[in-house]
Design a protein around this ligand. Structure first.
Ligand code: ADP
Ligand code: ADP
Ligand code: ZN
Ligand code: ZN
Length: 739
């Protein structure tokens, strides 16, 4: 008998008192257009309440250290298990955080070297670059060091007296000119080797020298720079760090060749490899080595085999264990987080995934689907927010929210199995039932933008050739080299290129769609003119700001031992403005009421103000009509930010745009909209390159560039370039099998 999680009367954000049941120990996919309310239900209601309830079971002493969760706006939730949210927040991490450390594979590898390594040396701590015994003593286990850009630091054509030293804090050179060691009028380039080395690296035999009116121990410039700046990295203010970064660059540590470990550690081998080589191996190659060790009956290898295989199953076989977590994308981070849960024995948990298909080619998706089945079969409930047809197909149960976004959404449109969904007349049902549509008349390619040949990461001297004035889709399995190709061969050669990804809009609590799209000034001027007031009166960043909260709308209280608590400002009620500002109106609305308008409403309200109308029209075209003008950009999803950025660029001509996976967060219906927008950019004379796996977008390209054939060392080549119909049936392309 199936048990259910029951939600009764959910009113969170835009949800319209909805009630529904989610079958336990099954896979449920939530779908629906962007902004329909999926996150409001899954994250703001279910995950939030589960965390809150869990928090309440803890003693109050512990609770004070945990974030506070507000009760969601829902009548009741029954049968809610403890939840684990596997999201796409990048893992980040410091220089010592690698794929091996975050997955807990590092200790297993250390054990293996301590047990099986030849020759035998010390214990496990010899195999960590974070311990004194194991780390390279020169770079302290970082593998890299900061080196001075000497040509920038010193102008060799000048003498000390002529101002040879360029680094601003060291421009006063009295100690050097008074030392009597140098000819102060000789250009540095004419120094003898000994003079040069004394000036830069110092010389312990010199001892104290005269410096103005007192004596001090002599130090070379670089010696001093090292002591003053490089060795005090953590204590230096941000502004100074920026200055330093202009005079330095990162270099591989030449003592350990970037391998991070001490020489005696690197001398120890298992199966012919030292630990650094083992960590630098692509996972798909590493399993082969492990398989051989297991065959030779080496004990303890099975755990490592299982862990590495999990990563490969998740489509991450192209990574290496020494990969810095800070360089992993959101989608990769999500899959790495998942690994931890695959080996644990917990059952009856609720796992929540936010669009796990992001960054994945259809070929990768089949593998990640196997993982969801595995979690379910261990007795867990799995909830996935997803638009990808191949993931929806996997679901035991589908719930579609809609019919549209924002106030036009928030209702349950469909609950049932995938087979039933195909027959339903909801948006998702209709789109899934539709056949494939290939671009009938692709725009002809005439001129090409040709990038620099690149061999960065896994690329094999590849050149990117993008047809001018066309819509090009760059595709290929995850890890095939798409981002690397764009970043290295193209961006360097074309500085005017506009790169639009999910993070291209810096969001903070003070920016909103109106400020971002550039209509805030127009609105302020309209109000100022209508009321004969200064423009600053209508800004919450200046004169108009509520005095109690400084225009932030909330007050932050710092209590000892507790996290910072944000509470809505009682004086302005979160409206940010001071009371007097609210009496001034334009067309019977004050500034707060105007900012509360959705884009859709604002189109009507500003119908006589062409400058404003034109800009918000673009937002409406991009499917953002449901956002309000004053909603903080910090509350927007990645996809919403990306589209807002596009809206701001809407009327540009003759530029080059690179869009990184713009289908993220978009329903199949939204994608038709997106394609219209992209074609609008191309019709305006722009060149557009889209990195995508979404099949409907690939099918509508004028030109497809397929990278591969596989990932990592098995990829890195342009497999195909041409109109989409010519890709059909191509034997070398993995993408061809899916489109
Ligand atoms: P989906 O996940 O389906 O894209 P959401 O649940 O994120 O949709 O959003 C549903 C509606 O609620 C949208 O109109 C969105 O702008 C609004 N919304 C979401 N979060 C907030 C918030 N923190 N403040 C105000 N409105 C919000
Ligand atoms: P895609 O964009 O097609 O998913 P990427 O360009 O991200 O592929 O990756 C191509 C190859 O380069 C992969 O083997 C990946 O592991 C490697 N790579 C990407 N970024 C880095 C990095 N910052 N450091 C080391 N290797 C990287
Ligand atoms: Zn080193
Ligand atoms: Zn206030």
């Amino acid at each position: 008998m199936t048990e259910y999680i029951e939600i009764i009367d959910d009113r969170e954000n835009n949800l319209k008192n909805i009630s529904l049941r989610i079958p336990k120990k099954q896979i449920t996919v939530f779908t629906g257009v962007s902004g329909s309310g999926k996150s409001s239900l899954v994250f703001d209601t279910l995950a939030n309440e589960s965390q809150r309830l869990l928090g309440e079971t803890l003693p109050s002493f512990v609770r004070q250290f945990l974030p506070k969760y507000a009760r969601p706006a829902v009548e009741a939730i029954r049968n809610l298990p403890a939840s684990i949210v596997v999201d796409q927040k990048p893992l980040g991490g410091n220089v010592r955080s690698t794929l091996a450390t975050v997955t807990d594979i590092a200790p297993v590898i250390r054990n293996m070297y301590a047990k099986l390594g030849q020759p035998k040396i010390g214990g496990v701590d010899y195999f960590s670059f974070n311990t004194a015994a194991g780390m390279c003593p020169v770079c302290q286990g970082i593998g890299r060091k900061t080196a001075v850009n000497l040509t920038k630091f010193i102008d060799e054509s000048k003498s000390l007296n002529e101002g040879a030293v360029q680094f601003p804090p060291y421009k006063r050179v009295d100690v050097y000119t008074a030392s009597g060691l140098f000819d102060n009028d000789k250009p540095i380039k004419d120094y003898t080797a000994r003079e040069r080395s004394q000036l830069l690296d110092g010389d312990a035999t010199i001892g104290k020298v005269k410096m103005g009116s007192f004596n001090a121990t002599y130090e070379g410039f670089l010696e001093k720079f090292n002591r003053n700046y490089l060795q005090r990295e953590g204590e230096i203010p941000e502004r100074t760090q920026k200055l330093i970064s202009e005079y330095t660059h990162e270099e591989r540590c030449d003592s350990c060749q970037g391998q991070r470990f001490a020489p005696k550690t690197l001398a120890v081998k298992v199966a012919g490899y030292n630990i650094a080589e083992m960590l630098a191996m692509q996972l798909t190659d590493l399993v082969t080595v492990l398989d051989q060790l297991a065959k030779a009956d080496k004990a303890g290898i099975e755990i490592l085999q299982e862990q590495v295989n999990h990563l490969i199953d998740l489509g991450l076989g192209y990574l290496t264990l020494d990969r810095a977590t800070a360089s992993l994308s959101g989608g990769e981070s999500q899959r790495v987080k998942l690994v931890k849960y695959l080996s644990n024995a917990l059952t009856d948990m609720l796992y929540i995934f936010d669009e796990p298909s992001v960054g994945l080619h259809p070929d990768d998706i089949s593998r990640i689907n196997a993982i969801f089945l595995k979690l379910r079969d261990k007795g867990n409930t799995v909830i996935i927010i997803e638009h990808d047809p191949d993931v929806i197909k996997l679901a035991d149960w589908v719930i579609e929210l809609g019919p549209q976004a924002g106030v036009h959404g928030g209702q349950v449109m469909f609950e049932g199995t995938y087979a039933e969904l195909l027959k339903s007349d909801t948006l998702t049902g209709q789109y899934l039932a539709q056949g494939k549509k290939y671009k009938d008349q692709p725009r002809p390619a005439k001129d090409f933008l040709i990038g620099l040949a690149s061999s960065v990461h896994n690329l094999q001297a590849q050149q990117l050739k993008v047809p001018v004035g066309l819509l090009t889709v760059l595709t290929g399995v995850a890890g095939s080299g798409k981002s690397t190709l764009l970043a290295s061969s193209f961006q360097a050669a074309y500085p005017e290129l506009v790169y639009v990804d999910q993070n291209s809009l810096a969001s903070n609590t003070r920016s909103n769609p109106a400020t971002f799209i550039g209509i805030m000034d127009n609105i302020r001027k309209l109000l100022a003119k209508a009321n004969d007031q200064p423009v600053g009166m209508f800004s919450y960043n200046s004169e108009g700001a509520c005095e109690a909260c400084g225009g932030r709308g909330y007050i932050e209280s710092n209590l000892a031992f507790m996290e910072t608590v944000k509470t809505t400002c009682e004086v302005c009620g979160g409206k940010r403005y001071k009371q007097v500002v609210l009496q001034y109106k334009f067309q019977e609305k004050n500034i707060v009421e105007i900012l509360d308008l959705t884009v859709e409403e604002a189109l009507e309200f500003f119908k006589k103000t062409a400058a404003i109308k034109k800009k918000i029209q673009a937002m409406n075209e991009l499917g953002l009509g449901y956002l309000s003008l004053g909603q903080s950009t910090a509350s927007l999803s990645g996809g919403e930010k990306q589209r807002l950025k596009l809206a701001a660029e809407f009327y540009q001509e003759g530029s080059i745009y690179v869009l990184d996976e713009p289908s993220t967060g978009l329903h199949l219906a939204d994608i038709q909209n997106l394609l219209r927008i992209i074609n609008h950019f191309v019709d305006n004379g722009n060149t557009v390159v889209v990195i995508e796996h979404q099949l409907d977008i690939i099918r509508q390209a004028d030109w497809v560039i397929d990278l591969g054939p596989g990932a990592g060392t098995k990829g890195g080549k342009v497999v195909f370039a041409g109109p989409v119909k010519e890709l059909l049936g191509n034997q070398n392309s993995v993408t061809a099998q899916y489109i």
